[in-house]
Design a protein around this ligand. Structure first.
Ligand code: AMP
Ligand code: MG
Length: 345
């Protein structure tokens, strides 16, 4: 073989391997959108075409979910239910029908710690309008009497509420949207993605392109700008609820947005945050809210009865508890490595 032929063959081989390499290496696409009252960040790995399709599908769907589930938009489905004066309202599609049954089911499973009829109380505290106030004890008693997820009537594809009751899917909506988007991302050919729906709900689609799990920070409720731990996730969702996420202060007292359905007042269970890791973002979102209401002891008991999820609890004193199943997937972040972590078994 002449030197010239050898050079041509080598060049051709290099070109082919470079092209093959290009074909294999997925592109990275990042985009941010504001939906459901939250800044959401998405990172996708795939072909440029698939990533662009996913971007437009997710953006469209998020706008649609907000239009359906908003408590304040006057043409939303939830608004219609809340203003139907006891009349039956048609449920727009099977996904929303499933969502309503699921949220009622999770209410049952959590003994009413998650109650999607807490909305009149959420409103009374001013968490919807931003005009915060502390309702009187009598007002809270009246509000607590009206909170009862079992009174929501579902029949076929219609729903009705007793007079004076209102629903709010705020405790599960982002998780539910996360599951819908998880499906949409995969259906559109993207198998590696990180869907960050405002930190409180994260969906790790597949692994990172090189095969490693996604590494997700868990917010320190005492210093929400910092992460106290890192959890490794692959094809898994994570949801966090904490008093630090929305609150106001009055006369030196902090009042947060997660309410105890029994008292209609902020749940003071001794916890400052709860993180749930499970294969459903809806479940993570709803359960993290419910476990926050239950508190550590009841929450751990709940987990022992149904150990199909992992959890991290942080108490108001800053004590960290994590379930044993997170072994090898949980580590303390820089600056927190001297903190004690109690492993729940
Ligand atoms: P999350 O941030 O997911 O923990 O959900 C809290 C949001 O759900 C609040 O902003 C309220 O809109 C609503 N909410 C508050 N307390 C409860 C509760 N106990 N059950 C269901 N929804 C609640
Ligand atoms: Mg929630």
């Amino acid at each position: 073989m002449s030197k010239r032929t050898l050079a041509v063959l080598l060049t051709a081989a290099l070109c082919i391997s470079a092209l093959a390499g290009c074909e294999k290496r997925p592109e990275r696409m990042e985009f941010t959108t504001f939906a459901m009252d939250t800044v959401m960040n998405f990172t996708l790995y795939g072909s440029r075409k698939d990533c662009s399709t996913v971007q437009s599908v997710l953006t469209d769907r998020l706008a649609g979910y907000e239009d359906m589930l908003s408590v304040t938009k006057e043409d939303s489905f939830v608004y219609a239910v809340n203003h139907a004066n006891g009349e039956w309202v048609e449920i727009p599609d099977d996904d929303i029908l499933a969502l309503l049954y699921s949220v009622q089911g999770l209410g049952l499973v959590t003994g009413g710690a998650l109650d999607f009829t807490a909305y009149p109380a959420v409103k009374a505290w001013g968490f919807t309008s931003g005009e915060h106030r502390v309702p009187s004890d009598e007002e809270l008693e009246e509000l607590a009497e009206k909170i009862d997820y079992t009174a929501v009537k579902l029949d076929g594809n219609t729903v009705a509420l007793p007079q004076g009751m209102e629903i709010d899917l705020g405790a599960v909506a982002k998780g539910w949207a996360g599951d819908q988007m998880w499906k949409a991302v995969k259906e559109n050919g993207v198998s590696s993605a990180l869907l960050d729906l405002g930190q409180s709900t994260i969906v790790a689609v597949g692994t990172k392109p090189e095969g490693n799990p996604w590494r997700i920070g868990v917010v320190d409720p005492a210093q929400p700008g910092n992460y106290f731990a890192v959890v490794e996730l692959a094809d898994m969702a994570m949801g966090t609820s904490g008093g630090y996420q929305r609150y106001f202060e009055q006369d030196g007292e902090i009042y947060w947005h997660i309410l105890d359905p029994d008292t209609a007042a902020p749940a003071r269970s001794g916890l400052s945050s709860v993180t749930v890791i499970a294969p459903s973002a809806f479940f993570c979102d709803g359960l993290s809210t419910a476990l926050f209401v239950m508190g550590l002891e009841e929450g751990v008991q709940f987990w022992r009865n149904d150990p199909n999820f992992e959890a991290i609890f942080v108490t108001e004193e800053g004590k960290i508890y994590r379930t044993a199943g997170l072994e090898g997937r949980f580590s303390l972040a820089e600056g927190y490595t001297d903190r004690e972590v109690v492993v729940l078994k």
